[in-house]
Design a protein around this ligand. Structure first.
Ligand SMILES: Cc1ncc(COP(=O)(O)O)c(C=O)c1O
Ligand SMILES: N[C@@H](CCCC[NH3+])C(=O)O
Length: 434
């Protein structure tokens, strides 16, 4: 199993994260437990900024908090000077509760409700990424009512096929997101925006997908967008000074994944975007990025306790843990692959290949199909790495399983960022029939 960030193996073969031996963490917080490595998260955020700072380029890095959205996580992003990319009332509310200034937020979403847009306008969200024709008029009318104006970007579907799972590919022409570039919807949208003095169009936005390993898709998107910037300048005398290329940088879940490191990819992104704009004799606009997964995925490890075992001769051995698809639905949804280790016996060699199952009443409730591990016993601690993104945020209560706690570890100290749910919490909204 590959270790990330501050994760280490102690002399007696125990996994430690952020200077905290995992047995101490689980003794205090129980299992399943999401453990987040604070230094590593901060380092990922800084890696995005360094290339811009080195080149003295204006930039905005907005953490796409959908990857892991809690008050503490929003505070971390803010403390590193990042904006937040939010997509719903809930994310906006969380960010506000975290004390983030709304002017440092960018709001995405393909079906923002009247209520959500009103909320964003009232608090003064810095930038709204308008996704469709309906939203242009809706947002304009809300702003008009309140006698306000707002900076917006237009979300563009640039017709780029990102090489990733089809469920997380978003830049292709056949997508629910954004204005279709190929059929001229972007120019049509700009025309419609120009009819509303409340909407200040400052740039375009594209997000080609998630878990992307190289710059090629971004290069194509940058070229297609630069062409639009040039066209809009020529035909409408519209000088757009912001370009948002979205998020999407991939991470290593297993050895099959070979992502470009954040700093290198960011340098490449700057270079390809510069080149694209130069082709049209234009300067690089203020570049905005919205990374989610690459900030938090590898900084997260989930700790479980091993329970039952089922050996099917000549077929497979299942070992079940005290969590599963409720805290990590990514195998069930995308066929995602992970690595695991027995967290107290990190020095031991694997002796068998097992299937790690969850505890839900569902055959698809699996975490890993073939994990090479030493023989495990009930009560052993099992660690699955790279579970920091889209795990907690997509957790469910299936089978009325409470969500685990999440903690942040650093320099030998642990802090709770999300409390463990209780079964009482699960009944909180139920109404007893009288
Ligand atoms: C508009 C937008 N921005 C940013 C992100 C973050 O993507 P990722 O977590 O892959 O960096 C997403 C999710 O794919 C998105 O839809
Ligand atoms: N939920 C997806 C990522 C979606 C990206 C958001 N647009 C995943 O777990 O990989």
């Amino acid at each position: 199993m590959q270790l990330y960030g501050t994760s280490k193996i102690t002399e007696n073969g125990e996994l430690s994260i952020g200077g905290c031996p995992v047995s101490q963490l689980t003794e205090t917080y129980g299992t399943p437990l999401y453990v987040y490595d604070e230094d590593f998260i901060r380092e990922q955020m800084r890696a995005y900024k360094r290339p811009f700072e080195r080149a003295h380029l204006p930039h905005r890095i907005a953490y796409a908090c959908k990857a892991f959205c809690t008050i503490g996580m929003c505070q971390l992003a803010d403390s590193e000077g990042l904006w937040l990319d939010i997509v719903s009332e809930g994310e906006l509310y969380t960010a506000i509760r975290a004390g983030i200034h709304p002017s440092h937020m960018c709001m995405n979403g393909n079906n923002k409700s009247d209520h959500e847009l009103r909320y964003a306008v009232e608090v003064g969200v810095g930038l709204i990424v308008v996704d469709n024709f309906y939203e242009i008029d809706l947002l304009a009318s809300i702003l008009h009512e309140q006698n306000r104006s707002m900076d917006i970007l237009l979300r563009v579907a640039p017709g780029v096929e990102a090489h990733t799972h089809e469920f997380i590919s978003t830049g292709q022409q056949d997508s629910k997101f954004g204005f279709d570039l190929k059929s001229g919807q972007v120019q049509q949208a700009v025309k419609q925006v120009k009819e509303h003095k409340e909407l200040q169009l400052v740039g375009l936005h594209s997000h080609i997908g998630s878990q992307i390993f190289d710059v090629e898709g971004f290069r194509l998107a940058a070229h297609r967008l630069a062409e639009q910037y040039a066209w809009l300048l020529q035909n409408y005398e519209l000088h757009l000074h912001v370009l948002n290329l979205g998020g999407g940088l991939g991470v290593r879940y297993t050895e099959e994944d070979t992502p470009t490191p954040i700093e290198t990819l960011t340098e490449e992104l700057i270079a390809v975007t510069k080149e694209a704009f130069l082709t049209h004799g234009m300067d690089l606009p203020l570049l905005m990025l919205e990374p989610g997964r690459s900030i938090v995925a590898q900084a997260g490890t989930t700790l479980y306790t091993v329970g039952s075992r089922k050996e099917i001769p000549h077929v497979r051995t299942y070992v079940a843990v005290d969590g599963g698809m409720t805290d990590n639905p990514r195998l069930a949804l995308y066929g995602a692959k992970y690595e695991a280790a027995l967290a107290m016996r990190m020095h031991e060699q694997p002796t068998e290949s097992i299937a790690i199952a969850g505890k839900c009443c569902e055959s698809g409730d699996m975490l890993i199909w073939d994990a090479p591990l030493p023989q495990s016993h009930p009560g052993d601690l099992l660690a699955i790495t790279c579970t920091g993104a889209y795990n907690y945020s997509m957790a469910s209560h299936y089978n009325r399983i409470p969500n685990p706690a999440a903690i942040l570890v650093k320099d030998g100290t642990a802090r709770t960022i999300v409390k463990r749910e209780t079964v009482e919490d699960l009944c909180r909204f139920d109404v007893r029939l009288e």
